[in-house]
Write a protein that binds this ligand. Structure first.
Ligand SMILES: Cc1ncc(COP(=O)(O)O)c(C=O)c1O
Length: 388
């Protein structure tokens, strides 16, 4: 069995539910499910006697996250959400009055709000770059705004509503870094689906989340911090984990840990983190490039079918050379349903999508099948052309 066929067997298929909202919440993989069951049983039966084993499993997950991103596990800190991880990054840079922070005007609120609030607190300027009408993110808009006050450019590698990506992002980052601008990446819509060659190497911080393309339970955000920022950064909160461990109590004369673990003040969400490590292990064994090729193939199959609905529109923010499986589509205006009502109807029919930017967002993952795509298109035809 080839790797992608095996990957598809690692997801639950015994009900009629079709998951095409993987940019929102994906189902969890079989290894993640097994891992949660394993730890749930061990905590039930063994309690404290699991202590070393679960800590080792958390270390394994940290190493898997690092391997996926391409950094050292010392740079990884776990949080409860992406927004916490973003807030920790902001706390790691010395934002001053008049500094400018650049963000796109279409960033997800968990990314936008931590920056907005921090800028208000520090009297810094939040500059929101204007996307083009179809939500593309042209690099000229970035270059038109950078100046000597620009402290940081914070952006989603793939935008959540349309999958839009900056063309030649590596080159853009190189130019900004040459001007001393910090680079922060929200990779929540990228990790687990975009292969290596999309990843810029020169970043100062990167955030990811468990429950989308990484097919893991909700509840883990993580931060990869540039090595030079780890020691400079102030933790958001302090606890036994900042210094030692719960069995190694320390006084406040001790130095905080030297790795990014100093940002994890205390006990963690062990089940979710262990499950995340197992899903990433599966993703790495399958190969992110293979996952990308397959999810893009399914996405193109779907896109082709969607474009057949006369009068419908595709928010075509993608380009052959930097495509993402996210599709944003608006049904024909003369049809019986608005986009939101149609998205609701799909949900009632067991097909998950999302209503975003006035259209329906479809985000197929490599575990989806051709039959699921065809079924979705047939269901759309039925709904659009034969109102019940
Ligand atoms: C771009 C982006 N960043 C972050 C998140 C998640 O943020 P949080 O973990 O704070 O809910 C999402 C989706 O929910 C997202 O699409």
């Amino acid at each position: 069995m080839d790797k992608i066929s095996f990957f598809k067997t690692q997801f639950y298929k015994k009900n009629q539910l079709i998951h095409i909202n993987n940019a929102g919440l994906s189902p969890i993989s079989l290894p993640a499910y097994n891992e949660i069951n394993k730890w749930s049983q061990r905590f039930f039966e063994e309690g404290y006697f699991t202590d070393k084993d679960y800590a080792n499993q958390v270390t394994f997950s940290r190493e898997q996250v690092a391997e996926l991103i391409g950094c050292s596990s010392d740079q990884i800190a776990f949080f409860q959400s992406a927004s916490w991880a973003i807030t920790q990054f902001i706390n790691s840079i010395d934002l001053k009055p008049q500094d400018e922070v650049l963000l796109w005007d279409q960033e997800y609120s968990s990314h936008l709000l931590p920056w907005k609030i921090a800028c208000e607190k520090k009297y810094a300027q939040l500059v929101q770059l204007t996307s083009s009408q179809d939500l593309k993110t042209p690099s000229e808009h970035i270059f038109n705004h950078i100046n000597s006050k620009t402290k940081v450019f914070a952006f989603s590698l793939a935008q959540y509503q349309s999958g839009a990506m900056i063309h030649e992002v590596g080159l853009v980052i190189k130019k900004l870094k040459e001007r001393g601008i910090l680079i922060f990446i929200d990779a929540c819509q990228s990790l687990g689906v975009l292969p290596d060659h999309y990843w810029p190497s020169q970043i100062d911080g990167l955030v990811g989340t468990s429950h989308k393309w990484l097919t893991s339970p909700v509840g883990v955000g993580f931060l990869a911090l540039g090595p030079e920022l780890i020691l400079k950064a102030k933790p958001l909160s302090y606890g036994s984990g900042t210094y030692g461990s719960c069995d190694d109590t320390v006084n406040d004369m001790c130095y905080p840990k030297k790795s990014a673990q100093r940002f994890e003040p205390g006990a963690k969400q062990v089940l979710e983190i262990c499950a995340l490590g197992k899903s990433i292990e599966l993703i790495l064994a399958t190969g992110v490039s293979n996952l990308y090729t397959e999810s893009l193939r399914l996405s193109r199959l779907l896109k082709e079918g969607l474009s057949q609905f006369k009068g419908s529109t595709l928010l075509n923010s993608n380009h052959e050379s930097f495509d993402h499986p996210i599709i944003n589509w608006t049904p024909p205006p003369q049809g019986p349903y608005t986009a939101q009502a149609l998205q609701n109807e799909l949900l009632k029919n067991g097909i998950s999508t999302a209503f975003r930017a006035g259209g329906i967002r479809f985000s197929p993952h490599a575990f989806n099948t051709d039959q699921e795509i065809h079924y979705t298109l047939d269901k759309l035809s039925e709904l659009i052309y034969k109102k019940p």
